[in-house]
Design a protein around this ligand. Structure first.
Ligand SMILES: [Zn+2]
Length: 112
């Protein structure tokens, strides 16, 4: 799914208040909902005013997750997108739990 060409583009991680809610279902962990904090225009909205973060995660679930954290709900996430946000088939969203140790350390280093 992630295509090689767009992986070379520098990814921008957005820390803007999106959250996911989890459910444990026997052997599986499912994402049951995605909270988008934006009502109007935002980085996560495509030209149809849909939140691509919500749409992508609800479609592909944990396959979009790039991080590690303790099980909790809700989980605050950062996200990044490569490709064309107006077509779910031509873009890729990755999310990362804010509490991922490696990621949060990296995030702090970029903000100083
Ligand atoms: Zn959103």
């Amino acid at each position: 799914m992630p295509n090689q060409k767009s992986q070379a583009v520098e990814q921008i991680w957005h820390n803007d208040g999106h959250e996911i809610a989890l459910k444990i279902n026997r052997a599986d962990m499912e994402i049951v909902s995605v909270f988008c904090p934006h009502e109007g225009e935002a980085n996560c909205k495509n030209r149809l005013n849909e939140c691509v973060v919500s749409a992508f995660i609800l479609r592909y679930g944990m396959d979009c997750n790039a991080g590690v954290c303790d099980a909790q709900t809700p989980i605050k996430i950062c996200w990044t997108l490569v490709g064309d946000m107006n077509s779910l088939d031509e873009c890729q969203v990755w999310f990362m739990p804010l509490t991922d140790h490696v990621f949060s350390a990296w995030l702090e280093s970029t903000q100083n």
